[in-house]
Ligand binder design. Structure first.
Ligand code: FDA
Length: 339
């Protein structure tokens, strides 16, 4: 079994501060407001037209087209980082939009295979039509999985708001290929914030399902999700340790240095091989940490989104870190003062 070097665990970001009780409240209010705004389509149309927001968006989004995103993917590979590609778009309201999104994924899988790049994509059920008609989403995801089987690719079904958890898990159950010998497989995501996840994880572990564990990016009511960050973090730690011991090649999706160090310690102490799991992080978030971990020999995959429909994705990234909002506001202000 692999043993990481003593200094394999990453260090905390410099300048990190711990907000007090008031700061916590303000942060929670800001997060809640940004997540509410992420659903406002009219605001999205306005924001996507502003040049300055577009510049900030480029930090989190690899481009508007696949051609723009491909060099970013190649650069990540050159730094020893694996990738999963996300074609931005979600909560589509018309069948034609869902079918167009499906066609984009088919093209991405073909392009990745043709160029010898990582054949790994992440898609959202609501982008495939889940909120219009379950059968439509099933057909679209099945088409993507079909192309994944042809190209030996991996498809991750992202998890959205708790109203779609059951239908998303059903999609995973129905569409996971029975023959996974070519490397083609379908995985799903579980959110530590949801109270139900402790039970869902039992099923996924028993079925040897490939789980990505994240904290959860959606605004959820107290009845279904922990509201305190400390409770979400504690749940993540418990679930992560279960997956490390009992899961099938789990993906630990977090930028939380404490949790990452905990995973490194558990792997080291319990003799879990470095190739038995991977860390996952978002494009543009903690690039230093991504490279530090990969440099220390851990597997790291970067979630690379591209496309013109970046507004809700971008708003969730702002909600995760209020400092991102002040950066955006400073830039908007500077731009305005320049006239
Ligand atoms: P936390 O929010 O505690 O952040 C820890 C530290 O990371 C922060 O202190 C900061 O330094 C840094 N950080 C985090 N977010 C940042 C940001 N946006 N900008 C700058 N710095 C930031 N969610 C979901 O509901 N469904 C899904 O399918 C997925 N899929 C997914 C894939 C991958 C690869 C990742 C990494 C994340 C997701 N998520 C997700 C999002 C996830 O639920 C969560 O909202 C974010 O990862 C932020 O949580 P952290 O675990 O990073 O911890």
């Amino acid at each position: 079994m692999d043993t990481p070097p003593a200094a394999a665990g990453p260090s905390a970001p410099t300048g990190a501060t711990r907000p007090g009780a008031l700061g916590d409240l303000a942060e929670r209010a800001m997060r809640s407001a940004l997540l509410t705004l992420s659903h406002r389509r009219a605001l999205g149309r306005l924001a996507t037209g502003l040049p300055i927001t577009r510049a900030m968006v480029r930090r989190f989004v690899a481009g508007e087209t696949l051609e723009e995103a491909l060099p970013a993917i190649e650069r990540l590979h050159a730094h020893g980082l694996a990738t999963t590609v996300d074609v931005l778009g979600e909560s589509v309201a018309a069948e034609a939009e869902a079918r167009a999104a499906c066609a984009r994924y088919l093209a991405v899988l073909t392009a990745l295979a043709d160029r010898g790049l990582d054949r790994n994509v992440s898609l959202k059920p609501s982008q495939m039509g889940l909120k219009i008609d379950e059968r439509l989403a099933h057909e679209n995801v099945a088409a993507v999985v079909g192309r994944a089987v042809e190209t030996g690719a991996f498809v991750r079904i992202d998890m959205e708001d708790s109203g779609s958890t059951d239908r998303t898990l059903a999609l995973w159950r129905e569409l996971r290929p029975s023959d996974r010998s070519s490397g083609a497989d379908v995985g799903v995501v579980l959110q530590a914030a949801l109270r139900r996840t402790e039970a869902d994880i039992d099923e996924l572990i028993a079925a040897r399902g490939r789980v990505r564990l994240c904290k959860g990016a959606y605004k959820e009511p107290e009845a279904v999700a922990f509201q305190d960050k400390a409770d979400v973090d504690a749940a993540y730690e418990r679930l992560m340790i279960r997956l490390l011991h009992e899961g099938t090649y789990p993906a630990l999706a977090t930028h939380d240095v404490r949790l990452i160090n905990r995973a490194v310690d558990v792997a080291r102490v319990d003799g879990i091989s470095r190739d038995a799991f991977e860390f996952q992080m978002l494009y543009g978030v903690r690039r230093d940490l991504q490279e530090q971990l990969a440099g220390a020999g851990w597997r790291v995959r970067v979630y690379v989104p591209f496309g013109a429909e970046w507004y809700p994705y971008f708003m969730r990234r702002l909600a995760e870190r209020p400092a991102n909002v002040s950066f955006l506001v400073r830039n908007l202000w500077r731009d305005r003062s320049r006239g």
